[in-house]
Structure formats: structure tokens, C-alpha cells
Write a protein that binds this ligand. Structure first.
Ligand code: SF4
Length: 337
């Protein structure tokens, strides 16, 4: 039988990390809130599930619909076929584009093959695509802060390959070249560390004082909220466990943010079984959170495993309440008639 979890609230929305000092000593879990699924991931996964219900297997999905092993394995077992590129999809078949977005050339390839496309790109990724198109049209050099090779970055660069330069971290700033220092703007991948991104922007602005900011934050609300919750929790934690997959950008950033905010150690795990018991040696306070592509069932598994080691009391650390929901793609919305 699974150990019972005792959830108590010691921190209400908006209270500072300092208030966590009221937590009693002894083995305990601090559980970050918000964590897990964001609105874009929720929409993308539901899109694939509805496509399966409506059209039956196989449904083809270009790239992992979201960067989570459990989600991908579960959908594969239901009849989803994940492919690297649209030319692997049989002509005329249905294909879903992942939450990370695609370059226009991918839409062109799908059209050439007569594929029936459902685009599950997160609306907040689409926002960055639209910014890139607009600034390129207006003759700007666009400095895109992001990680080389990440699907989202590849898609955004594809909107204006001659006008977008990737800036992958502070070390890349020195090699940036622009055509006109008066027309330079920075944009960013949605899932970066807020603090590291702003450090890169400071360095870019030292080189290009007229550098423009994006019209609104590109690092999305979900990424920011999960980092803020971890920052509130981490100073009280000897260990932070982040549930998430290795290829999940926002999950990896949560590990970094936890360490930067004062956790003694932080580890990324896909599943509860990935927890190494030696991590718990001498540890009383364990923080738990999860990336934006992680279903809550995986967090429950981690909490149950920790309870088995005596960490039965769970204190939520809440820094925001999320209510955002995105409408499903038009092609898959329920018929209202
Ligand atoms: S992490 Fe942000 S940008 Fe990515 S899918 Fe979620 S809401 Fe959209």
C-alpha cells in the first residue's frame, strides 16, 4: 500500500520565501506550485488524443509532441507514430505539428505531400514567430537568444533565416554582427532561464546600446511562474527533485534555478524510480517540482516514493495560480452544431 501523503498549506499565493521559515523541522517535502502542464502542453496533448479519437490510428506527429518521455511513450502505445520530418508521413495522411512550432518550409513540405495538418504549435511560440516576421519585414537584425538545435529555435529562425541570428548564451555575444546598429531587436526562446537571458541582454546592450526589447515577454508565463516557485522553495531545500525529461528545456532550467537559488543539490528525474536513495542521505527538506511538459501522475509517483522514505508531510509552496487555457486548433475543435 502506498504511504499516505499529508498535505498542509504553510504558504498562500504571493507569500515570500521567508515565510517558509515557519515550516517545522523533520523530514518533509516542499511542493512547488505552479508546476507541471502549462496551457500550451495541455492543448498539444489533447489535440493528439482527440485526433486519435476522431480519425483513429495511426496519427502521425512531427517530432515529440511535447518533450516528455512518459507522454510520448503513452501516445505511441495508443497508435501515434512520431516522425522526424513530414516526408516520412505517407502522402495524404494526417500529421500533427508539435507544440514547439515549425518553420514555414515544413508547412510547404506538408502541402506538397497533400498531408492533412493539425498545427499544435503553442500560441505563445506563434507569438514569437509573428514578432520575427514583423521585425524582419521592417528591416531589423533579430538577435534570438536560445539554444542551438532546439526545435522551437529552428522554427523561429525559419521564419526569416537572413535576418535572425542565434545568440546561444553570453559567450556568443562577441561574435554577433549587425547591418545597422539602430535597427536591432532581441527575441528569445520561450523556455529559457529568465535571469540568464537578462544577463545576455545586458551584454548585447553593451555592444548595441539601441537594442530594442521584444514587444512583450517571450519567455512565457509558465516558464517564469515555475522558476519563481522554485526560487521561493529552493533556499529551504537540501535537495530539489525536478520531474522532467533530459530534452525538456524548461525542466533543465528548473534544476539550474534551484541550484542558483540555494538548494544544496538538484536532480532531474523522468520517473520516481530514477531517484537514487543516496541523494536522501542526511536530507530533511526535499523540494519537488516538474517541468511544463510533465503530467501530474509522475509527480504523484515521486511523492509516494519519497513518503516511503519517511517524507510523508508535504507543504505546498504557492507563488501563483494559473488559469490560462488555450482553445484547441480549429481542425480538432468539437462541432458545436
Ligand atoms: S512552456 Fe510556454 S511556450 Fe511552451 S508550450 Fe508551455 S505555455 Fe507554450
Amino acid at each position: 500500500m502506498s504511504p499516505t501523503l499529508d498535505l498542509e498549506t504553510v504558504n498562500s499565493p504571493g507569500r515570500s520565501a521567508a515565510s517558509l521559515g515557519a515550516a517545522p523541522a523533520g523530514k518533509r517535502v516542499l511542493l512547488a506550485e505552479p508546476r507541471g502542464y502549462c496551457a500550451g502542453v495541455d492543448r498539444a496533448v489533447e489535440t493528439v488524443e482527440r485526433a486519435l479519437e476522431k480519425h483513429g490510428a495511426p496519427v502521425y506527429v512531427r517530432h515529440e509532441i511535447v518533450h516528455n518521455k512518459h507522454v510520448v511513450d503513452t501516445l505511441t502505445n495508443k497508435g501515434v507514430v512520431f516522425v522526424h520530418e513530414a516526408d516520412e508521413v505517407p502522402e495524404g495522411a494526417m500529421v500533427v505539428f508539435s507544440a514547439h512550432g515549425v518553420a514555414p518550409s515544413v508547412h510547404d513540405l506538408a502541402a506538397d505531400r497533400g498531408l492533412r495538418v493539425i498545427d499544435a504549435t503553442c500560441p505563445l511560440v506563434n507569438k514569437v514567430h509573428n514578432e520575427a516576421k514583423r521585425f524582419a519585414r521592417d528591416g531589423y537584425d533579430i538577435l534570438l537568444i536560445g539554444h542551438a538545435g532546439h526545435e522551437e529555435v529552428v522554427g523561429i529562425i525559419g521564419e526569416a533565416p537572413d535576418d535572425v541570428q542565434l545568440v546561444d548564451g553570453q559567450d556568443a555575444v562577441a561574435s554577433v554582427q549587425v547591418r545597422d546598429e539602430n535597427k536591432v531587436v532581441w527575441l528569445s526562446q520561450t523556455t529559457l532561464s529568465v535571469d540568464e537571458t537578462m544577463q545576455t541582454v545586458v551584454k548585447l546592450r553593451e555592444r548595441f546600446p539601441k537594442l530594442q526589447d521584444p514587444p512583450s515577454d517571450d519567455i512565457c508565463y509558465a516558464t517564469q511562474n515555475r522558476q519563481t516557485a522554485v526560487k521561493a522553495m529552493a533556499p529551504e531545500c537540501e535537495l530539489v527533485i525536478v520531474v522532467g525529461s533530459r530534452n525538456s528545456s524548461n525542466s533543465n532550467r528548473l534544476v539550474e534555478v534551484a541550484l542558483g537559488a540555494g538548494a544544496d543539490a538538484a536532480h532531474l528525474v523522468d520517473y520516481a524510480d530514477d531517484i537514487d536513495p543516496s541523494w536522501l542521505d542526511g536530507v530533511e527538506s526535499v523540494g519537488v517540482t516538474s517541468g511544463a511538459s510533465v503530467p501530474e501522475i509522475l509527480v504523484r509517483g515521486v511523492l509516494e516514493r519519497l513518503a516511503g522514505y519517511g517524507y510523508e508531510t508535504v507543504y505546498p509552496v504557492t507563488t501563483a495560480n494559473e488559469t490560462l487555457v488555450f482553445a484547441l486548433p480549429r481542425e480538432i475543435r468539437p462541432d458545436r452544431r
